[in-house]
Design a protein around this ligand. Sequence first.
Ligand SMILES: Cc1cc2nc3c(=O)[nH]c(=O)nc-3n(C[C@H](O)[C@H](O)[C@H](O)COP(=O)(O)OP(=O)(O)OC[C@H]3O[C@@H](n4cnc5c(N)ncnc54)[C@H](O)[C@@H]3O)c2cc1C
Length: 471
Amino acid sequence: MSEQPSLAVVGAGPAGLAAALAAAGRGVRVTLVDAGDRAGGQFYRQPAPALAARPPQAPHHQGRTWKRLRDGLGRHRAAGRIVHLADHHVWCVAREEATGTFTVHSLLGPAQEEGGTVRADAVLLATGGYERVLPFPGWTLPGVVTAGGAQAMLKGALALPGRTAVIAGTGPLLLPVATALAAAGARVAALVESAGPAALLRRAPALVTQPGKLAEGAGYAVRLLRHGVRTLTRHTVVEAHGTDRLEAVTVSALDRDGRPRPGSARRIPCDTLAVGHGMLPHTDLAETLGCTLAGTAVRVDDEQRTDVPGVWAAGETTGVGGAALALAEGHIAGRSAAARLYGRAPDPRHWAPAARARTRLRAFATALDAVYVPPAGWADAVTDDTVVCRCEEVDAGEVREAVDVLGAGDLRTVKLLTRAGMGWCQGRMCAAGVAGLAGCPLTAGRRPFARPVPLGVLAALAGTEGEPGTE
Ligand SMILES: Cc1cc2nc3c(=O)[nH]c(=O)nc-3n(C[C@H](O)[C@H](O)[C@H](O)COP(=O)(O)OP(=O)(O)OC[C@H]3O[C@@H](n4cnc5c(N)ncnc54)[C@H](O)[C@@H]3O)c2cc1C
């Protein structure tokens, strides 16, 4: 290890930023690698500089925290303690067994045809999460977007996905998306949430431990009322209609078993459907490194260490729980990494407030997870001719045939028989839907590369060696 130890942080969202600041502040040389062209991740996504947007035009959250992170990053960069590599899409992190050091491989810029490497003594994965996408008839029509995608379009480009929107699915993300679209001038025809108040009440004891979060929820409810947004709970979108693009959706009430209640269907005209069914952690890089998962998330200890030496993980990659939890975990991970890189055991008392926040927020996230689950019968409403894997154009009928006729019993076998999940997105869009249709658990598909890599980039890697921190 070099005199001043180095840490590669992958992901510049709340978790990665908090971690980078904590480690850099304690004498570690940090390289912050992120696919985005600016730091901030999903929550603090900033409008493109060319738009010259100022709040309140730019939708922003927790302005003071963002300012602290942004200014801290600026100071550390100016002092040479953090190098921020924007527009770097990491496709693999490799651990050198002999030395225990790491090489972070990325593809540069929008074209992603050129490769880059960063070498470091340790690595911290803060790659966030992605949206769970579930198919339904008509979901591939232009005008149907994910809830987070609509929000990203609004935050990053200050653009509305359409004039009349229906926001649907399940999860707390639907609230900020509906209010942000309404505030930006869209007519939000309905917010369609498949969870119901009874599910919230059942989890009330865990939820009331976070009065701040409840107040945030109440604030959204007030804004929805003010914008005249109709909220339909225990409802779901069963079909999107249109010829060349979205023209309307059919929504239905759900029965006790989570299936559309006969006779309850109604049609809502709209040109945008923003639909989301919660989030899943990004675990691809961790899996390649051999980190153990707990369910669908990377397993970490109290210091946010994975079970691979020298690898820390923080934020939604270790479980979906929101930006505040990501900040707390990132802070702990950065401090732990700094201490360990200098050969010291860290003193957890130094991060006690962050640890307390982490405990509370994880409990809150677990309660929310139990409330906001996709309706149990969603797969029954997917017709055989509905495309489920867009990259490979596999429909629901083919997935069902793989299970019912060919005997596939797990996601990998369904993939091998149908090609669902083998395309450009590598299953990120379709894996949850295919698993649900096939009736098998959503298991991680361990892949050597997190994204498609040009052969020229792989060929150029042969024989490259370097010192930690070089690129
Ligand atoms: C599309 C979307 C919209 C959201 N909108 C809201 C919202 O409006 N309100 C709200 O409360 N919550 C929202 N959330 C949830 C919220 O963003 C998260 O709770 C929070 O950002 C988690 O922080 P994080 O640091 O763990 O991950 P993120 O903020 O997701 O940051 C992860 C970072 O890792 C980078 N990354 C991932 N993989 C790679 C790779 N292979 N190579 C290089 N970089 C990589 C990403 O570019 C990103 O910058 C949204 C989530 C998503 C996915």
